[in-house]
Design a protein around this ligand. Structure first.
Ligand code: PMP
Length: 607
């Protein structure tokens, strides 16, 4: 898909997005008083009624454990579970049922391959190749394998557009190369990688290829036979199915030779204390009671996507493609498909709108992209942009997207990522782009930071933290709505005293925060137990949190800081409840910094 050449007008004429939206009840709600715009589909897509109904129907009518019972319910559950496998098998073009293993998702599928096939085939001095744009799920399992085997993990570089450097890959492959594991579509940038070319190249050198298809399955037609990959991993929840279910396709000749990944019930053929034998494929890799409802839900999702495509093709007067035979050439321009064309229009329109906003830079401008638009707003952290979009009811993802090496490659802490699905509309793209325009226009130029010697540590704002907390809480209690409280915190953030760059050192960096945070604590000169600090973050909302901590603790006695119930206070002002788990972790780390320092001071100051 070439973004530059397609315009919104090129949408498939038969595609009726309102009809699709009617199937997704969750979309019809207000968030923070505004109609929800859900652009976090690359993280997880929403579920149509057909999927929810299939799971509900299964639990209300057919549930029992599979494969073992002789009774009617068990037989029915088994039949549904195995029917689901047939549907998913056909959906990805796997030649036969034995090749498709149900897993919890992409992560488990890749771990399965690394821990079985990888362990069998990678030895000391060998090499495994991944790329610079991989999700952590397609880095860490290989990294761990390489550590264990004393092998080397090598990385295909990406260019400034976010495309793989295939010439570098060609040079990289050598007799020590055993496996290449590569994303089909990048979750952080949307780049569609030329996996077919990579597979052909790898196979010429006897190298096996694992494809991480987590972001490809929702957007592209996948035909694993045509691709000729050795393994293909994907997750159900990204393609309108439930969480906790996904799949791994593997060539049967590999699967036959691989040892089991996990052992226990269902994966055995015969167990005795002397010897145990494995069940046939695919059950050898499905130890324990499987996610039966998940598989049924995933099959319903697959049916839903197929039916949607076929029905729009029929409306358009095109001849519906046979369901079983999937079009070939996954890497090349796809045949006209209503769903893909609709998604492509969304991406094109969003790209054009966002590219025109001053101060916004798109990260990832590959020629071939699917479903994802990543960008940064100069002068504002991704976290702040995401939080402000959330206040408009717009759900995007911010941060490193589990691609920290890729962020490092681009020299950024993270991006804002809008990702699209079949139910999104061009109007939603406009709502999002209008909001982003306002956010980008609100960025203030950075004030020059004074020299270290001119720095002032904040004085105490009350007799002790309890007294300060009372004052602050009464300020917050006047503000009923979270939106107003949020703005109040942002305001505090804007006023937080700057921190000199010389103090922004690695020891002063607060880890496990979604943004970059520094805190420098000290005992006030001339005292033995008064704590003071300077702090900073690239996110204004986090600066606001730091400002709250500064008001509560800066200039206070260590013993009072240790005794103060800060989490109780955060709950009282509504902050704990409104923070995502990730942000809560960051705040806890900042609090722990102050508390820990104060605790050390109290120990030292005890005579
Ligand atoms: N690979 C890619 C490219 C992904 O986008 C994701 C999910 N963000 C994963 C792997 C991991 O998928 P899951 O969490 O469903 O196992």
């Amino acid at each position: 898909m070439s973004i530059a050449t397609t315009t919104p007008e090129a949408a498939h004429p038969a595609f009726d997005v309102e009809r699709v939206r009617a199937d997704f009840l969750i979309l019809h709600q207000l968030v923070r008083g505004k109609p929800l715009v859900y652009f976090d589909n690359a993280a997880s897509s929403q579920k149509p009624r057909a999927v929810i109904d299939a799971i509900k129907h299964y639990y209300e009518n057919d549930h029992a454990n599979v494969h073992r019972g002789v009774h009617a319910l068990s037989e029915r559950a088994t039949e549904l579970y195995e029917e689901a496998r047939v549907k998913v098998q056909k959906f990805i073009g796997a030649p036969c049922l034995r090749d498709l293993i149900f897993t919890r998702g992409t992560t488990e599928a890749i771990n399965l391959v690394a821990q079985t096939f990888g362990r069998m085939n990678v030895h000391a001095g060998d090499e495994v190749i991944v790329s610079a744009l991989e999700h952590h799920s397609n880095i860490v399992p290989w990294q761990v394998l390489c550590w264990e085997k004393h092998a080397n993990l090598r990385v295909i570089p990406v260019n400034d557009a976010g495309e793989l450097d295939l010439a570098a890959l060609e040079k990289m492959i050598n007799p020590a190369t055993k496996i290449i594991s590569i994303a089909h579509v990048s979750n952080a940038l949307g780049t569609i990688n030329p996996v077919k070319k990579i597979i052909e190249l790898a196979h010429q050198h006897g190298v096996y290829v694992v494809v991480d298809g987590a972001q490809a399955v929702p957007h592209l037609r996948i035909d694993v036979r045509e691709l000729d990959c050795d393994f293909y991993a994907f997750s159900g929840h990204k393609v309108y199915g439930p969480t906790g279910i996904g799949g791994l396709y593997g060539k049967p000749r590999h699967l036959e030779l691989m040892p089991p990944y996990q052992t226990g019930g269902d994966m055995i053929s015969y167990v005795s204390f002397a010897k145990t034998t494995w069940n046939e494929l695919p059950y050898k890799f499905e130890a324990g009671t499987p996610n039966i409802a998940g598989a049924i839900g995933l099959a319903a999702a697959v049916d839903y996507v197929e039916d949607l495509e076929q029905s729009f093709l029929r409306i358009a007067g095109g001849s519906p493609a046979p369901l079983v035979l999937r079009p070939n050439k996954t890497d090349e321009l796809p045949a006209p498909r209503p769903v893909a064309e609709h998604e492509h229009c969304l991406l094109t329109h969003a790209t054009e709108r966002v590219a025109a906003i001053p101060g916004v830079r798109i990260i990832g401008t590959a020629k071939e992209k699917a479903g994802v638009l990543s960008f940064v707003v100069e002068g504002m952290s991704a976290l702040d942009v995401g939080t402000q979009l959330d206040l408009e009811g717009i759900a995007v993802r911010t941060g490193h997207h589990c691609c920290q090496p890729l962020m490092e490659r681009f020299g950024i802490a993270g991006t804002v990522r809008a990702s699209f699905a079949i139910y999104n509309t061009l109007d939603e793209v406009d709502v999002f782009a209008d909001a982003l325009e306002k956010i980008a226009a609100s960025v203030k130029p950075r004030i020059a930071v004074p020299e270290m010697r001119q720095f002032q540590y904040a004085p105490a704002t009350g007799a002790n933290p309890i007294a300060v907390a009372e004052e602050l809480a009464s300020d917050f209690e006047i503000l009923d709505e979270w939106k107003d409280r949020y703005e109040y915190i942002m305001d505090l953030g804007k006023k937080l005293a700057p921190m000199p760059d010389v103090l922004k050192t690695e020891p002063n960096r607060v880890k496990r925060c979604q943004s970059t945070v520094f805190m420098h604590l000290r005992i006030r000169p001339g005292t033995i137990d008064i704590v003071e600090f300077l702090a900073d973050s690239d996110a204004t909302i986090v600066r606001g949190e730091l400002a709250l901590l500064e008001k509560l603790f800066c200039g206070q006695r260590a013993v009072e800081i240790v005794a103060f119930d800060i989490h109780g206070f955060m709950e009282r002002i509504g902050l704990e409840q409104h923070l995502s788990p990730g942000r809560r972790t960051g705040l806890s780390e900042m609090i722990a910094r102050v508390k820990h320092f104060a605790a050390q001071v109290t120990q030292q100051s005890v005579p």
